[in-house]
Design a protein around this ligand. Structure first.
Ligand code: PBG
Length: 295
């Protein structure tokens, strides 16, 4: 599955310096790149929206707004591609909030879990209305899967799938992604993402999401967390996904650019390892490249 970024208010695709070959797309360039990726054989597209800085606010309204960049781009791709691919959307607030957190904040500046759930339901419904087949809540709020399932069902979107970021660790390997979405974050996400040393908690989080109705459970990052992928695959009753994140991609690209490593061989080896650990689905910035290499 290929993660893709679409930005509002740009005329040309904008390269992401720390992720060679990855860009913030315009609506038009996204449509072309998505069609290319689908014809190369990727299994699906995961879309992230990047609003204009002046459209960010404390509540992340640009994510819910039907005319916000992510929802508009979903409608473009749903129209172009129909059921030729699996269209997925990042269901999170961090791209849209002026403070950069994945949730709304309380009066003391802390992420307010339950107030955030209401926003996530609005986001998910807006994305499903715009044509997303799959919503991907990535904010690690407690109860997010159950709340979104109830909200989607009530809105008539009973067939929309929930890809739950079930075990998402507070990782240093998301660094380049924050450039990719022009993040406004100044602090960190340790109050809602997981402690990297705690494997049992990760498995508890996977089980909670299964109990709440997740259709796919995801572990993230991938390479440093293959033990969690493997343990989740051993017990999960639904498909397990793993996200090879921006920092994993950037490391191999940087070493390859120095001539220290062979990009194609290292990328395919890391993808094979993730698959070997038990992932049924892999999100990777090499998705289109790998599809071409493997064809
Ligand atoms: C949050 C989100 C993040 C990523 C995907 N969804 C960033 C974060 O938690 O800070 C990271 C993906 C990557 O690093 O490739 N909406």
């Amino acid at each position: 599955m290929l993660p893709m970024f679409v930005a509002d208010g740009i005329d040309e695709p904008a390269p992401i310096a720390s992720m060679p070959g990855v860009v913030q797309h315009t609506r038009e360039s996204l449509r072309a790149a998505a069609a290319d990726a689908v014809s190369a054989g990727v299994g699906g597209l995961m879309l992230f929206g990047v609003p204009r800085a002046e459209d960010k606010d404390a509540a992340g309204s640009a994510g819910v707004n039907p005319d916000g960049i992510l929802n508009v781009a979903l409608r473009d791709l749903a129209k172009d591609l129909g059921d030729a691919t699996v269209l997925m959307a990042d269901t999170c607030l961090d791209e849209f909030t002026d403070h950069g957190h994945c949730g709304v904040l309380d009066e003391r500046g802390r992420v307010d879990n339950d107030a955030t759930l209401k926003r996530y339901v609005e986001l998910a419904v807006a994305q499903a209305d715009s044509g997303a087949h799959v919503v991907g809540p990535s904010g690690m709020m407690d109860g997010q899967v159950g709340a979104i399932r109830d909200g989607l069902d009530a809105a008539g979107h009973r067939d929309v799938v929930i890809l739950a970021y079930a075990a998402k660790f507070a990782s240093a390997f998301y660094g380049p992604f924050r450039e990719a979405v022009s993040s406004s974050l100044s602090g960190d996400r340790h109050t809602y993402q997981q402690e990297p040393g705690n494997a049992r908690e990760a498995l508890r989080e996977v089980q909670l999401d299964l109990d709440e109705g997740a259709d796919i459970v995801m572990v993230k990052p991938a390479l440093g967390y293959l033990d969690i992928v493997s343990a989740a695959a051993a017990t999960s009753t639904v498909p397990v996904a793993a996200y090879q994140v921006s920092g994993e991609y950037a490391m191999i690209c940087a070493a390859a650019a120095n001539g220290w490593i062979d990009e194609r061989a290292a990328a395919l080896e890391s993808l094979t390892s993730i698959r070997r650990a038990g992932a049924d689905i892999v999100l990777t910035y090499w998705a289109a490249g790998a599809a071409n290499w493997l064809s």
